[in-house]
Structure formats: structure tokens, C-alpha cells
Write a protein that binds this ligand. Structure first.
Ligand SMILES: [Zn+2]
Length: 300
């Protein structure tokens, strides 16, 4: 039986990491100075999580220095886990702290890529929140995408189809620019919605996608199209999307031939790194060591 060090020392990807929430709670607390009560804890879905974000994390971020500090903590904690490729999401909303100055924002992002290049390969992702100001997204997203700094985009927010038409043009632009297209779907939503999002946006990858496991034909569809799912078992457990890690459908996804990686989602909230989660899954008998090696090899 391999120990945790085996997984920590293997090169690996974290392809599902929101860099504003990607650090350990200890890192966050030493910076913020304001404890989050009874934390990290199991939560009742995304509403409770957004409650904590609204009360404790978002109000702590005021300045460009704060943005840099948050991302920096996340990168350092990824390096500590032995992550070698970090496809980390940077929310377009951070542009507010740059007064909409895209040059300054892009310079900040590029600085991370270059200053950490010897330790970790950072592939910045532009995160698009469905609930963020649509006018600002329409204005800023094309400029940011055309800069060449971002290697992927990710759409997240309520997993409903209402309003997804508003983002169609941005995904078409991503296609023209050769930017990888991702969206959050199938975290709480079903297999049909996963298929629908993949087809509507012509997604390369899905963030979560575990709902697909409810329908074998959708798993086959993902496998045939080689749509990678960047799943986050600990996040799914802590938010109640699955009852337990043992009940997580990652094995069914792997066995169906769907490309899968394990990501942290929000390390601040879920507190299990990529290495730790793969170790947990093997220890609990959810996946085999061969599956673990497949997960580690994906995306690097
Ligand atoms: Zn996520």
C-alpha cells in the first residue's frame, strides 16, 4: 500500500482550482487575521458556502495587493502538494480591483506565470461567473481572452440553462482563439444537463460532471468525445453532492473511459489536496492503484 508521500511526490495537475479560494485555511487565516467560525466544515450545498464567502472571504479582498496575496497563497499550497501543472481559475470579477484596467490585470497574471515557472507550470484560466455583471463580462472578456495570457475559460454559477445563450459568443471567440472551453455542470445537476452544456458550448472539459454517471449513455458520450471531467470528490462530499467518498462515481467515470482528473475546487473550504484525495480514494477502496496512476498521468 502506497503512502501519501507517493502521491505528493508524483507530478500531477490540478485542473479545477479557483485561485481566490485555493489555499489552506491556515494560510488564509494568517493573512486575514479573522477566523471563520467552525471551519472548515461540512456544508449544506452551495448556498451555505456562498454565505461564508459573502461574510468572510469576499469582504477581505479590497485591493490589488489582496488579489495577489490570495492567488499567491493558492499557488504556494499547490506547490506544497507537488502539483506541477496548475490550471487555476482567476475570476473576471477581480478586474474591479484593477478599475477595469486590463493591462494591469494581465500583467499581474503573467507575473505569476513567469515568477513561478521553475516550480510550477501555471496555465491561467479566466473564470466567468454567470451572476456577475453581464455588461462588464461583455466588455472585458474579449480583451482578456485576446491577450493570449489565458489558456482556458470556465463558466460557473447556478447549474441551470437559463441565460446560457448570453455566453455563447464568448465561447465561440474562445474556439477561434484556441482557448480551452470549460463549464461547471453536473455537480448537483443531472446527466442530461451535462450533455446539454457540452453540446451547447462545444466544451473540451467539464468541471465536476459527476451527474453524468447517472446515465451510461452520457458517460459513453463524454468518453467518445474525450471530454475530460475535472472532478473534486472532497468538495462533492463536503457540499453534500455525494453522501460519502465511497459513494462517489469517479470509478464509474474512469471505467467508462471518460478522461478524469482530481482537482481541489476550493482548498480553503474542502481542505484535501490533490494528492490527499487520490490517497483517500485508494485507501477507501473506491479506486485501485492503477486508477490512481491513470489520474496522475492525465493532463501532464
Ligand atoms: Zn469549481
Amino acid at each position: 500500500m502506497r503512502d501519501i508521500e507517493y502521491y505528493r511526490t508524483r507530478p500531477k495537475i490540478d485542473a479545477h482550482n479557483h485561485l481566490n479560494l485555493g489555499m489552506r485555511y491556515a494560510s488564509f487565516l494568517s493573512w486575514s487575521g479573522k477566523p471563520i467560525p467552525n471551519f472548515p466544515r461540512k456544508m449544506n450545498g452551495l448556498d451555505e458556502m456562498h454565505d461564508v464567502i459573502g461574510k468572510y472571504t469576499r469582504p477581505r479582498c479590497h485591493t490589488q495587493e489582496d488579489v495577489v496575496a490570495l492567488i499567491d497563497m493558492s499557488v504556494k499550497d499547490a506547490i506544497a502538494d507537488g502539483v506541477t501543472v496548475l490550471e487555476g481559475s482567476i475570476d473576471i470579477g477581480f478586474m474591479v480591483h484593477y478599475q477595469g484596467n486590463s493591462d494591469a490585470f494581465l500583467k499581474m497574471v503573467s507575473n505569476f506565470v513567469s515568477s513561478y515557472s521553475k516550480k510550477i507550470r501555471i496555465k491561467p484560466e479566466l473564470g466567468l461567473g454567470k451572476t456577475f455583471d453581464k455588461a462588464k463580462i461583455t466588455q472585458w472578456a474579449p480583451i482578456l481572452m485576446e491577450s493570449g495570457v489565458f489558456t482556458s475559460i470556465d463558466l460557473y454559477g447556478p447549474e441551470i440553462e437559463d441565460g446560457i445563450e448570453d455566453f455563447k459568443e464568448i465561447f465561440k471567440l474562445a474556439e477561434r482563439l484556441g482557448i480551452k472551453k470549460r463549464a461547471h455542470v453536473g455537480e448537483f445537476s443531472d446527466a442530461r444537463s451535462v450533455r446539454r452544456f457540452v453540446e451547447f458550448f462545444d466544451l473540451h472539459e467539464v468541471q465536476h460532471g459527476i451527474g453524468a454517471a447517472g446515465d451510461e449513455s452520457v458517460l459513453r458520450f463524454l468518453a467518445d468525445r474525450k471530454v475530460r471531467c475535472n472532478v473534486c470528490p472532497q468538495s462533492n462530499y463536503m457540499l453534500g453532492a455525494v453522501k460519502s467518498l465511497e459513494a462517489h462515481p469517479i470509478k464509474a467515470m474512469l471505467d467508462a473511459g471518460v478522461p478524469v482528473t482530481v482537482g481541489t475546487d476550493d482548498l480553503l473550504f474542502f481542505n484535501r489536496s490533490v494528492a490527499e484525495q487520490i490517497f483517500d480514494l485508494v485507501s477507501l477502496g473506491v479506486i485501485t492503484e492503477t486508477d490512481a496512476d491513470k489520474l496522475l498521468a492525465e493532463g501532464i
